[in-house]
Design a protein around this ligand. Structure first.
Ligand SMILES: Cc1cc2nc3c(=O)[nH]c(=O)nc-3n(C[C@H](O)[C@H](O)[C@H](O)COP(=O)(O)OP(=O)(O)OC[C@H]3O[C@@H](n4cnc5c(N)ncnc54)[C@H](O)[C@@H]3O)c2cc1C
Length: 366
C-alpha cells in the first residue's frame, strides 16, 4: 500500500467510534463508512430528551454531509473477510483495511432498538409522554445513565418523586470516593430517594420502561414508571465469527496491542466491541480513534503494524456527569486518580449543551 489516498478503508458502524475515525481519515485514505441506520444518534443527549422531547430532532443527525472525499453506505454488514465486507442486501465492498465499530445496545429509549433512527425518535417521544404522566418514577441501576436520568427528571419535574436503586453501596467504585459523596449530596438536595445497596429482586422487562411495581432486596416496594438502566449489551457483530476471535463473557472481543481482534492482520476494532482496556464509553473512542488514524495512515504509507507503537488505554479517563443543565460532578484526568470538580465546570463542559453543537458541526449541519 504505497498510495495512501488509494488505500481503501471500510468502517463498519458509524456510532461514536466509527464516525470519529471516518471523519479524521477522510482527507488521507479512501474511506467507506457503513451503518445499518440512516442517521447518527447522539445517545449521550437522549437522557435529557426524556424530559425535553424537542431535543430529539437535534440528536438524530443524517450521515450524508459527514464525509467530503469518502462515502456513507446505509446497510447492515453481515460478513467480514480479509478482502472487505458483505452487506445484507448482497452488495460487497472491497477494502484493504476493515475497522469494526459495531458497538452496543441499551434499553429504550436511550439507544435505538433497531435499524431505524426514525423509530428511535418515536420511542423517545412515547417515553417522554409517560414521564410527564407518571405520578412517580423508579430508576433501576445507578450507573451514569441512571444517575443522569434522575438528575434530568428532577431538574424539570421538581415535585415528581424519583427513586434511584443501586445494588452496590458505593456509586462509581472505580473513581475517587469523593465522587460518590458529591453525587449523593446533589441527588439528595434534588429530592431523589436513594436506595443504595438495595437492588430490585426481579425486573418484568429490561429493555423498556413500564408502569408497574418493584420489590427491593430489603423487601421495600416501589411503584410507578420503572426505568431499567442496568447497562449496555454488546451488539451481535460479524466480527464475532472471524477466525481466532476471543469473545469475552460480556460480548466484547479481545484485541492485540494494535486493536486487531482476529487472525486477519488487516481487520481492526474500536469502541464498545473492542476490549482495549478502556471502559465502554465515548471517552474511550476519543482516545482510540486518533490512535487508529495515526496507525492506519502509517500502514497505508508502507509501515508494518508491528513497527508501530501499540495502543495504551486511558490511565485516568475523564468522567462528566451532569444532573440537569446546571448541576453535576466530574472527574478531570489530572493527577494520579483524577480531580473531582462540581457544578460550574460540569455544566460548562457538558451539562449545558451536551456536546450537541459539536456533533452538528462535525456532521456538516451548522
Ligand atoms: C444514554 C446513554 C448515554 C451515554 N452517555 C455517555 C457519556 O456521556 N459519555 C461517554 O463516554 N459514554 C456515554 N455512553 C456510552 C456510549 O454511548 C457508548 O460507549 C458508545 O455508543 C460506543 O460507541 P461505539 O462506536 O462503540 O458504538 P455505538 O455508538 O453503539 O455505534 C455502533 C453503530 O454500529 C452500527 N452497527 C452495528 N452493527 C452493524 C452492522 N452489522 N452493520 C452496520 N452497522 C452496524 C449501529 O447501527 C450503530 O450506529 C452513553 C450510553 C448511553 C446508552
Amino acid at each position: 500500500m504505497v498510495h495512501p489516498q488509494k488505500t481503501r478503508v471500510a468502517i463498519v458502524g458509524g456510532g461514536y467510534g466509527g464516525y470519529a475515525l471516518a471523519i479524521r481519515l477522510d482527507a488521507h485514505l479512501d474511506v467507506t463508512l457503513i451503518d445499518a441506520r440512516e442517521a447518527f444518534v447522539h445517545n449521550v443527549a437522549a437522557i435529557r430528551a426524556v424530559v425535553d422531547p424537542a431535543l430529539t430532532r437535534q440528536i438524530v443527525i443524517p450521515y450524508d454531509r459527514l464525509l467530503k472525499r469518502g462515502r456513507f453506505v446505509c446497510g447492515r454488514v453481515i460478513e467480514i473477510d480479509a478482502r472487505g465486507v458483505r452487506l445484507a442486501n448482497g452488495a460487497a465492498i472491497e477494502a484493504d483495511i476493515v475497522v469494526v465499530a459495531t458497538g452496543s445496545h441499551y434499553a429504550a429509549p436511550f439507544k435505538p432498538q433497531g435499524d431505524s433512527a426514525a423509530e428511535f425518535s418515536v420511542r423517545l417521544a412515547e417515553v417522554a409522554a409517560k414521564v410527564r404522566e407518571a405520578d412517580r418514577v423508579a430508576i433501576v441501576g445507578a450507573g451514569a445513565v441512571g444517575v443522569e436520568l434522575a438528575g434530568e427528571i428532577k431538574a424539570v419535574f421538581k415535585d415528581k418523586p424519583v427513586a434511584l436503586l443501586s445494588s452496590t453501596d458505593r456509586l462509581f467504585p472505580g473513581y475517587p470516593a469523593r465522587l460518590h459523596g458529591e453525587i449523593v449530596r446533589r441527588l439528595r438536595a434534588l429530592g431523589v430517594e436513594l436506595h443504595l445497596g438495595d437492588g430490585a429482586v426481579r425486573l418484568d422487562a429490561t429493555d423498556n420502561p413500564w408502569f408497574g411495581e418493584l420489590t427491593l432486596e430489603s423487601g421495600a416496594r416501589l411503584s410507578g414508571l420503572i426505568f431499567p438502566a442496568i447497562g449496555a449489551r454488546i451488539a451481535e457483530s460479524p466480527v464475532h465469527s472471524l477466525p481466532g476471535v476471543e469473545r469475552r463473557r460480556n460480548g466484547r472481543v479481545g484485541v492485540d496491542g494494535w486493536m486487531r481482534p482476529s487472525r486477519l492482520p488487516n481487520v481492526f476494532a474500536l469502541g464498545d466491541i473492542a476490549d482495549t482496556g478502556d471502559a465502554m464509553t465515548v471517552v474511550g473512542t476519543m482516545r482510540q480513534a486518533p490512535w487508529l488514524v495515526k496507525t492506519l495512515r502509517e500502514i497505508a504509507s508502507g509501515k508494518s503494524v508491528e513497527q508501530l507503537k501499540p495502543y495504551a488505554p486511558w490511565p485516568t479517563p475523564p468522567f462528566l456527569l451532569p444532573l440537569g443543565p446546571r448541576r453535576g460532578v466530574s472527574v478531570l484526568p489530572l493527577g494520579k486518580s483524577g480531580l473531582v470538580v462540581g457544578d460550574g465546570i460540569t455544566s460548562s463542559i457538558k451539562g449545558k449543551a451536551l456536546f450537541i453543537p459539536r456533533y452538528h458541526k462535525e456532521f456538516g449541519r451548522p
